[in-house]
Design a protein around this ligand. Sequence first.
Ligand code: SF4
Length: 65
Amino acid sequence: MSGWGCPHEIKGKCDKVGGDKDCEPGMKGCIMHGRFRFASPEKNAPESVVRRLRDADKEKKNGVD
Ligand code: SF4
C-alpha cells in the first residue's frame, strides 16, 4: 500500500491528460511535471518551465494573484 495516491489517476489512466493515457508520474501534463526532478531526463521540464512554476508557487504562497 502506498502513502500517496494521485487524485487524477483512475484505473491506471490519467484524467489530467484526457483519461486516455496511462499514469506516468512526471510526464508532460502531470501535476508533478516541472515541480520535481526525475531520473528519466524526458520527464524533466525545461528550466524555463521549472522557473515559471516556481515563481507561480511563490506568488501563491505570498497571496499574489
Ligand atoms: S500522470 Fe501525474 S497527474 Fe496523471 S494520474 Fe499520474 S501522477 Fe496523477
